[in-house]
Design a protein around this ligand. Structure first.
Ligand code: ADP
Length: 230
């Protein structure tokens, strides 16, 4: 669950990035966040990850109060969130398997669990045949699937996808969003930032538009794929 109560962020240079934003995303929801460059979308995400603190207002994420969270407890918050970036951020010297397993190794998960969980999430994203490949041997859409598997492997309550389709072909973009939708239908909350109007129109659902640091619009759009109308 993500809740913003009257949240404002003013950066050190005096820029008001967010202005009295109130917002609630319940467990199990899927929401698109849209808006022009400079609108405040990244600031919103950085607040959720506690990379930025609110200047005023309250932020609650997965049972953590961002305002009160101590520095040493930030990793606990971040373990409840999987993040997918536009530029994938895979480790080039590691195979697909190791890129995903790495997340569990750093938190000292039991080896037996890693051996069963990693192949499972890799097959969920459709890359069973690529476990031994290195990122450079994969197409952009496939690299993003690895990043999704990595975000999922720790079974987070929330997935944040920050322009996840920004670097991949339009056709494959639809597959990535469909994967996020499938993940969401298994109970994970998904927040996806995007510039791509076609994706939002195709899939529909809750769409939060941010403009000039404020919520310009927060509605459920119908989408083009309802009742098999693709
Ligand atoms: P978006 O992700 O929608 O492009 P941002 O949240 O990155 O928007 O930025 C919102 C506003 O805050 C912009 O005017 C941007 O220039 C400013 N901004 C973002 N990060 C910083 C920062 N670290 N220091 C100062 N100003 C910033």
């Amino acid at each position: 669950m993500v809740e913003f109560q009257d949240v404002s962020v003013t950066y050190g240079n005096g820029v008001d990035a967010l202005n009295n934003v109130s917002l609630k995303i319940k467990d199990g929801e899927f929401a698109f966040v849209v808006g022009p460059s400079g609108a405040g979308k990244s600031t919103l995400i950085k607040l959720i990850l506690k990379e930025v603190s609110p200047t005023s207002g309250r932020v609650l994420v997965n049972g953590f109060s961002i305002n009160k969270l101590k520095r040493r407890d930030i990793p606990k918050l971040r373990r409840t969130i999987g993040v997918v970036f536009q530029d994938f951020r895979l480790i080039p010297s590691m195979t697909v398997y190791d890129n995903v397993a790495f997340v569990l190794r750093v938190i000292d998960a039991p080896k037996k669990y890693i051996r069963s969980r990693v192949p499972y999430v890799i097959s969920l994203v459709g890359l069973k045949d690529k476990v031994k490949c290195y990122p450079k041997e994969l197409a952009g859409g496939e690299q993003q699937r690895v990043a999704l598997a990595r975000a999922l492997v720790n079974d987070p309550a929330l997935i944040i996808a920050d322009e996840p389709t920004g670097n991949i072909d339009p056709e494959l973009s639809f597959q990535i969003v469909q994967l996020l939708k499938d993940i969401n239908s298994c109970g994970t909350t998904v927040l996806m930032v995007t510039h791509e109007q076609e994706l939002v129109e195709h899939f529909g659902g809750r769409t939060i538009a941010i403009r000039d640091g404020q919520i310009a619009f927060d509605q459920v759009l119908p989408g083009a794929d309802v009742e098999g109308r693709i």
